[in-house]
Design a protein around this ligand. Structure first.
Ligand code: URA
Length: 438
């Protein structure tokens, strides 16, 4: 078999066999297939797409390109959750403790942030002492004791995807449905949970800008999960607007605490309750999504969900007094007020631009090696649908220097649109997909 023939076949719109895909993934992982041939194939897939069978075969080859995690030492139903990424997306820190407080087991491996989207591991590291690298045995033992643990991706999980994703990132081939679906699902399958909840984002801050593309991606991933016997549910949710009122690592932990204490903004609270309800349902702790939702609401109202976050933080070495008294978090020294440039209703707050503003402040990474400022970020005083008078404060920026704040403000103002008419409230949860055609 020759790689050049596989590239030509895909270039002409042909369907690759399982053997051809295995030849590519294994050869690329071993370093026998050079980057230029892998890039050419990725670009051919970008233009020609893949059939369902090809996407499923590529997923399984990547899932088995390295170690797979055996979670059998953890009792109960293990549920994993994945978001396709967004700005201000701290939902795992909220729906995880709610679901764990209701009996679900969550052994989650999360990534670090790159570009304008944040990563759960960075957020957790803003809690003093919190360890995101733990030996496997300790990770399992914490999940067995507390119901949840959240660590960074460790071991040799899906090395083929790791290599391929880095290549796609620099060859303009990330935004391909079969490549995103196989990349995400290979990691979820290798991570070993029994059931998977996917939060597929759509809008300005997401990979999938249109709802149709997001639906097609969600269906493909649900189909792949079903195909390997893992119950998989996807929610399609809006990412046109940053999620919640805070963007940045420590700021997002503070907001997670507010939501878990029942004092969060309505939109993010609603999304987290819905995500948690689906995890409770998938984790077989409720018969229907409706009863699961009641359990989730109860877990927040009773304070059990917040206590679960504190318990998990302590188990992973974190100082939970910061969660109980969030004013202890040290935010970046320069606090900068952004004022409304004119009077009007906020009709748009572009999520991607807000993410880039947070990066200017130091909250995100340009490259994998960049250092981030855990105390930097944005606190929104107003958001889409609110009215602002010219000169009224609409956001607080936190940065390491006035220059960073000035650049952040410039970006933030580019995200903002103010008009004479109040915009219609856009729904946050757009669809739920539980079954896809095989
Ligand atoms: N996230 C992933 O893990 N892979 C992709 O291809 C896109 C988003």
């Amino acid at each position: 078999m020759r790689m050049v023939d596989i590239i030509r076949k895909k270039r002409e719109g042909g369907e690759l066999t399982d053997r051809e895909l295995a030849f590519f993934v294994q050869g690329f992982s071993r370093g026998e297939i050079p980057d230029y041939q892998a890039s050419a194939l990725m670009m051919a897939v970008f233009f020609q797409g893949m059939t369902r069978r090809e996407t499923a075969a590529l997923t399984m080859e990547m899932a088995h390109s390295g170690d797979t995690v055996d979670l059998s030492q953890i009792s109960g139903v293990k549920v994993d959750k994945h978001s396709t990424g967004g700005v201000g997306d701290k939902t795992s820190l909220i729906c995880g403790p709610i679901a764990a407080a209701c009996g679900v087991k969550l052994a989650k491996m999360s990534g670090r942030g790159l570009g304008h989207t944040g990563g759960t591991v960075d957020k957790l590291e803003s809690i003093p002492g919190f360890q995101t690298e733990l030996p496997r045995e300790e990770f399992f033992s914490i999940v067995n004791r507390t119901g949840m643990a959240l660590i960074g991706q460790s071991g040799n999980l899906c090395p083929a995807d790791k290599k391929l994703y880095a290549l796609r990132d620099v060859t303009g081939t990330v935004e391909s449905l079969p490549l995103i679906a196989s990349s995400i699902m290979s990691k979820k399958i290798a991570a070993g949970a029994d059931a998977i909840l996917l939060d597929v984002k759509t809008g300005s801050g997401a990979f999938m800008k249109s709802r149709e593309d997001a639906r097609a991606l969600a269906e493909e991933m649900v189909r792949i999960g079903q195909g390997v016997g893992k119950k998989t549910v996807a929610l399609i949710t809006d990412m046109d607007l940053p999620l919640g009122r805070k963007i940045g690592n420590a700021l997002e932990v503070i907001e997670a605490c507010e939501v878990l204490r029942g004092k969060g903004e309505k939109r993010i609270t609603e999304l987290c309750l819905e995500l948690a309800a689906n995890m409770i349902y998938l984790g077989k702790q409720a018969e229907t999504p409706e009863t699961a939702r009641e359990k989730a609401t109860q877990a927040v109202a009773s304070g059990r969900a917040f206590e679960k976050l504190c318990e998990m933080a302590e188990a992973q070495g974190g100082d939970s007094s910061f969660l109980r008294e969030t004013e202890k978090f040290r935010l970046s020294p320069v606090k900068w007020e952004v004022k409304a440039p004119k009077t009007g209703w906020i009709t748009a707050l572009n999520a991607e631009e807000c993410g880039l503003a947070a990066m200017e402040l130091g909250a995100g990474r340009e490259t994998k090696e960049s250092e981030i400022d855990l105390g930097a970020g944005i606190s929104l005083l107003k958001t889409k649908g609110d009215f602002a008078e010219a000169g009224e404060p609409i956001a607080l920026l936190y940065g390491g220097s006035a220059e960073k704040c000035r650049r952040g403000e410039e970006r933030f103002l580019a995200a903002l649109e103010l008009h004479g008419e109040q915009p219609e409230a856009a729904p946050l949860i757009l669809e739920r997909i539980e079954k896809a055609d095989p």
